[in-house]
Design a protein around this ligand. Structure first.
Ligand SMILES: *Cc1c(COP(=O)(O)O)cnc(C)c1O
Length: 356
């Protein structure tokens, strides 16, 4: 790949003064990364430029047919002042898997990790320092051919933007209420469920909206064929602790392979716990709940790390989990994983990558 050209901004933005009010996705830094794909030329002209609007032809294909993919990871500021990324190679590998499914040309993964590092270095004074805060990194690729006809694009843009984000749990981990969705589905085998692409989110909005109107934080997705097997929770992977087995749905094509998910599995196994990646039906969960064998449930994802589930509503059934309180395994996993990410706990797995 070519060298990344850097054009620094002449007008630095005002940074948000109160790091306890950052929230998620409300602020963007001074710079962005961008590179072009043009058929015949491949990916070219990688550059870091001032954060700015992107001009698109109204016929740009991404606006009509949703040919796009994205990723989400974070840069963490350690107490020693270092900057860490968490398994960025996994995100870039997953992005190329999404690309393959969406007919988007692959890019060089090592180069993309370097681009992330360069951009984070340029905007490093945007990385917040308060407990639990981080710099969210959003790489995305979209089709720009001006053509209202359906075909894989010949012209695309790869962009990376950065957003300082707040602590997900300013008051500690809070178990959430989840609605088991048995009407709408998110994805089916053979579709695009395993790819990180906007279409999956568009498909999820309606269910999410109806659940939140009823007072639920997220929906638990069931499989699209039988509405029976558990898939994911909202935009997170999901784990259940039944007796002494930790269970997460196997990756069978409609579930996203979370970096947090795979890291949780490795940590849990390193503790000697039994972890199964297998089919898990909602009936099995309900039965275990009835018999007092459902000990814990939690979601896993980059934004929240671990999100404990305190209650599941499935039709007329309400399942309280661990009295609506955070379970021991959920808490310990959160402490460990977030400890590694923020550099407070030694990373014996070799997952973190130092930016500087
Ligand atoms: C991004 C995402 C996840 C979580 O993946 P992480 O790599 O752990 O952040 C889970 N499910 C869906 C649908 C996602 O888009």
């Amino acid at each position: 790949m070519e060298k990344i050209r850097i054009e620094l901004t002449k007008e630095k933005k005002q940074k948000p003064a109160d790091q306890s009010k950052l929230g998620f996705g409300n602020y963007y830094t001074d710079h962005m990364f961008i590179m072009n794909y043009d058929e015949g030329q491949g990916w070219h002209d990688p550059r870091i430029v001032p954060y700015q609007n992107i001009a698109l032809d109204p016929a740009a294909m991404c606006l009509h047919y949703g040919q796009e993919v994205f990723e989400g990871l974070k840069a963490y500021r350690t107490k020693k002042g270092e900057i860490l990324l968490f398994r960025p190679d996994r995100n870039m590998a997953r992005m190329n898997k999404s690309n393959e499914r969406l007919c988007i040309p692959e890019f060089d993964e090592e180069f993309a990790v370097e681009a992330i590092k360069e951009l984070v270095k340029v905007d490093e004074d945007w990385i917040p320092t308060a407990e639990g805060t981080s710099l969210y990194i959003r790489p995305f690729i979209f089709a720009v051919d001006p053509h209202v006809g359906v075909h894989p694009a010949h012209h695309l843009l790869f962009v990376i933007i950065l957003s300082p984000v707040g602590a997900y749990y300013p008051e500690g981990l809070n178990p959430v209420k989840i609605y088991v969705e048995d009407n709408y589905v998110r994805a089916v085998k053979g579709g695009i469920g395993f790819a990180k692409t906007g279409g999956n989110y568009a498909a999820s909005l309606k269910a999410q909206d109806e659940a939140s109107k009823q007072g639920y934080t997220q929906v638990l997705w069931l499989d699209g064929v039988e509405r029976k097997y558990i898939e994911e929770v909202g935009t997170m992977n999901v784990f259940f602790v039944i007796d002494d087995e930790v269970i997460t749905p196997e990756l069978q094509g409609s579930i996203l392979s979370g970096v947090t998910r795979m890291s949780c599995i490795d940590i849990l196994r390193s503790w000697g716990l039994k972890v199964s990646e297998r089919r898990l039906s909602i009936d099995e969960v309900a039965q275990a709940a009835k018999e007092g064998r459902l000990k814990e449930a939690f979601g896993s994802g980059t934004a929240a790390v671990i999100s404990p589930i305190g209650e599941l509503k499935w039709g007329d059934e309400v399942m309280k989990i661990n009295n609506g309180e955070i379970g021991e395994i959920s808490q310990k996993l959160y402490d460990n994983l977030s400890g590694i990410q923020w550099g407070d706990i030694e990373d014996t797995f070799g997952w973190t990558v130092k930016v500087k």
